[in-house]
Design a protein. Structure first.
Length: 468
């Protein structure tokens, strides 16, 4: 039996997964900053690490997954002000949109979903530890405000410092990209706490009123729930620097061992560019669901290896949807079939750094074998293989018989009834062709064509669609 191996960004190597506590897997995933509608670039991370979580659970681990919400942020405040809305209402509105999108795509809810504004007490304690250790300093602001910065130079000069190791950046070349720099000792230092500004939300601290810095939030929330040492920290590739690099620095400087493995998913791109609102190439979940069903979008977003670029095109999306339907068509021939056992090749693929493309190839290989067994008249073997397909598809989150997808696409009763009738005709045609009864096979084809139904023969068996 193979063992899960994870590509650890920090060591740039594939490492065998050894949890802090046997039988338990602890995961922290950087979640949403809900400033506007979620797009498929946002949801790729949720789907990718939902597959990781499902595989760990399937392997018998008790999984604790913390996925945070950054509910206070410069962009949130700016968007709310531009639309003349309270910041808390703005962020809550789009947090619900993210939750709806996660649920629509079958992403399992996290064990807990903390909001940054609920952890100010823990952040104050974290800053005090860093100040006491000599790795942070306070800067008084105006009107009772105050900032706190992490001292990169002090930490970098300490034996055991690893600042820059995650991203591979040279410390002297790092730019934090922060606009609030008043009182900083060095451009490399980053904000743990931002001094209050007129009209913005703020909280009291021993160093003055202000609001959380982005990086501090995640160290406070992850260690509160998962402890000073936990297994896996996940997030998008764009978070590697400065966010994750700074999380590591402040956590290690505070004396926490922090995450043992770092996993980063790559981007969704269009025309080679990262999908982002600033590029104007955003594709919302709602827009995507006008093209494909939720389960098909889930299949598409999870189909590439999580460390690979997923280049979006409508052709690629519809091709993925057709691939899912081949799986769905096969499993649908065995109503009520129970989940069986995944194949050894599937297990090896999943244990190879969650290699979903290899796992999908094994699912389609099994579907083809099942359709062949059907055409050979061996329904018992075909049903056994359908059970295996269900087990494998469930790990990837798109088991066609799962209740999650029962009403996917809001199929009408008439369409469902038509599907049952056409499938019966296709099975009759498949049997006739296997027996070289070409007259019967052609008669079925012609009868369906006269009814406006087009048959497409694929390597995984025949599929049907209504003629345009």
């Amino acid at each position: 039996m193979s063992t899960l191996r994870i590509f650890d960004t920090a060591t740039r190597s594939q490492r065998e997964f050894e949890p802090v506590r046997p039988g338990h897997a602890s995961i922290y995933l950087c979640g949403a900053t809900p400033q506007s509608q979620p797009h498929i670039g946002h949801l790729r991370s949720g789907v990718a690490f939902d597959i990781l979580r499902r595989w760990l659970s399937a392997q018998g681990y008790d999984v604790a997954l913390v996925r945070n919400v950054t509910d206070i942020d410069d962009k949130i405040l700016t968007k709310a002000a531009e639309n003349n809305r309270p910041w808390w209402e703005w962020v809550s509105t789009y947090e619900r949109e993210f939750t709806k999108a996660y649920n629509t795509l079958g992403v399992l809810p996290p064990s807990v979903e903390p909001r940054a504004t609920g952890f100010v007490t823990q952040m104050v304690e974290y800053m005090q530890r860093l100040i006491d250790a000599g790795f942070a300093y306070a800067v008084p602001g105006e009107d009772g405000g105050g900032s706190v910065y992490f001292d990169v130079a002090a930490w970098n000069a300490t034996e055991g410092s690893d600042y820059g190791s995650l991203s591979g950046n040279r410390v002297e070349e790092m730019e934090q990209g922060e606009t609030d720099n008043a009182g900083k000792r060095s451009p490399q230092d980053f904000a743990l706490w931002k001094a209050a500004k007129p009209g913005e939300p703020s909280w009291p601290t021993p160093w003055g009123r202000g609001r959380p810095g982005w990086h501090l939030e995640c160290s406070a929330m992850s260690t509160y729930y998962l402890g000073s040492e936990f297994d896996i920290h996940c997030g998008g590739l764009d978070l590697q620097f400065p966010h994750h690099e700074n999380e590591i620095a402040q956590s290690h400087a505070a004396g926490d061992k922090f995450a043992n493995y770092w996993m980063h998913n790559h981007w969704v791109t269009m025309a080679g560019e990262k999908m982002s609102k600033s590029l104007g190439n955003v594709l919302s979940i709602a827009n995507m669901l006008e093209i494909v069903r939720p389960v098909e979008l889930r299949y598409y977003l999870g189909s590439a290896h999580y460390r690979s670029v997923l280049e979006y095109s409508e052709a690629a999306l519809t091709e993925a949807a057709a691939g899912y339907r081949r799986i769905e068509d096969f499993v649908g021939k065995f109503e009520g079939v129970e989940k069986g056992e995944w194949t050894p090749a599937f297990e090896e693929a999943m244990n190879d750094d969650i290699a979903v493309p290899k796992a999908l190839a094994e699912i389609h290989t099994t579907v083809r074998a099942g359709n062949k067994a059907l055409s050979d008249g061996n329904r018992e073997e075909a049903e056994h293989l359908a059970g295996a397909v269900r087990a494998m598809a469930a790990v990837l989150g798109f088991d066609p018989l799962d209740e999650q997808w029962k009403d996917s696409g809001e199929e009408s009763d008439a369409e469902a009834a038509l599907d049952v009738l056409v499938r019966a005709e296709l099975e009759r045609r498949t049997t006739a062709r296997a027996e070289k009864d070409w007259a019967t096979a052609d008669a079925v084809r012609d009868r369906l064509a006269a009814a406006g139904i087009t048959i497409t023969d694929t390597a995984d068996g025949p599929t049907w669609s209504l003629a345009d």
